[in-house]
Design a protein around this ligand. Structure first.
Ligand SMILES: [Zn+2]
Length: 333
């Protein structure tokens, strides 16, 4: 597979260089799976780290939080017996219940723990992530067994307000639906063999490849959809409900390392999507994508501008190769 990229270069008379001719560059890349384009303005510093008082905001929001113990038991919904869950699903400290707002036909929320209202990225242990992920996988298994028409499954995260999370308390969301999201449909239409080809190309190139944790192969995205995008591909698995307990733990280990990388680089907000396709799709690989989001601070710059929202094209400031270099020590066995 050939990875397509091109550096566009023009000239400006730069005020900082006495209006002398200075090159002005932007790199365009095309995603090897879907063909969308992405732009990289290396070194632009679009999203500065922040010293915003997150701990202070945690205290302000704690008393009214729906996901904190003991209130979570009274104010969150339960599943009906028909789903097969005993009202709610518990794994370790994680607690899963139906989403009170139906984002999908079957929609769930799992808090990592009702006791953990404030969780910094460096505090996401593989155990905390693994238990919440295992609860979501169990929910997905029950929902797909209950309703075979709901074959489109994803497990998702918004962490902190800039990521779209309306509640401060850290949580994961599951969705089981008869219809794919736009991205799920596009990924499911990728011709058989292209996922393997992409992975093989990146393994060989090495510069963006981070390594393997169990079955999951980790890399920095060649053409990112957002800031600091990291991806994991899980060969042999098509949809989240097929994940074994061991594979869940392995994915959680990788996510925990990726969040450490974000914390190392000064970020505290992220999204991820673990994107499944119907279990009979040949050649599809369960894939996880995660991006860091703007830090919370007054007069912050959104990481979503007209490029991302309306052109469907990211404009990021870190090259995937530089990201991989920063992330690699965290992924070293
Ligand atoms: Zn809370």
């Amino acid at each position: 597979m050939e990875l397509q990229r091109e550096v566009l270069s023009a000239e400006i008379l730069h005020p900082a260089h006495d209006f002398q001719p200075t090159p002005s560059r932007v790199e365009v890349r095309w995603d090897p799976l879907l063909g969308y384009s992405s732009r990289i303005v290396a070194g632009a510093h679009f999203l500065p780290p922040s010293d915003f008082d997150l701990a202070g905001l945690a205290e302000q929001t704690r008393d009214s939080c729906f996901f904190c113990a003991p209130r979570v038991e009274q104010v969150t919904p339960k599943f009906p017996p028909s789903l097969g869950a005993d009202g709610r699903i518990r794994r370790g400290q994680a607690l899963l219940f139906p989403n009170i707002q139906a984002y999908a036909l079957y929609a769930s929320v799992a808090v990592y723990s009702p006791e953990l209202h404030y969780l910094r990225l460096e505090q996401f242990t593989p155990r905390l992530l693994g238990d919440a992920l295992a609860a979501q996988v169990e929910f997905c298994r029950l929902a797909t067994a209950h309703d075979p028409t709901a074959a489109w499954v994803s497990i998702n995260a918004n962490h902190m307000l800039p990521s779209g999370s309306s509640l401060f308390h850290p949580h994961l969301q599951g969705a089981v639906d008869p219809y794919p999201t736009t991205m799920q449909r596009l990924l499911a239409e990728v011709p058989p063999g292209r996922f393997e080809d992409y992975l093989e190309t990146e393994r060989r190139a090495g510069v963006r490849y981070l390594g393997r944790i169990g079955m999951a192969e980790w890399l920095a995205s060649f053409a990112p959809v957002g800031f600091l995008e990291l991806r994991a591909l899980v060969p042999g698995v098509t949809s989240p409900e097929q994940l074994s307990a061991e594979q869940v733990a392995e994915l959680a280990e990788g996510i925990s390392r990726a969040l450490q990388v974000y914390a190392d680089l000064g970020y505290q907000s992220f999204n991820f999507v673990l994107c499944g396709a119907p279990s009979d799709r040949q050649g599809y690989m369960l894939n996880l994508r995660m991006v860091s989001r703007s830090n919370l601070q007054p007069l912050y710059r959104s990481d979503v501008a007209y490029f991302e929202r309306l052109h469907w094209q990211a404009m990021v400031d870190t090259t995937p190769e530089e990201l991989a270099e920063r992330a690699r020590p965290r992924f070293a066995a």
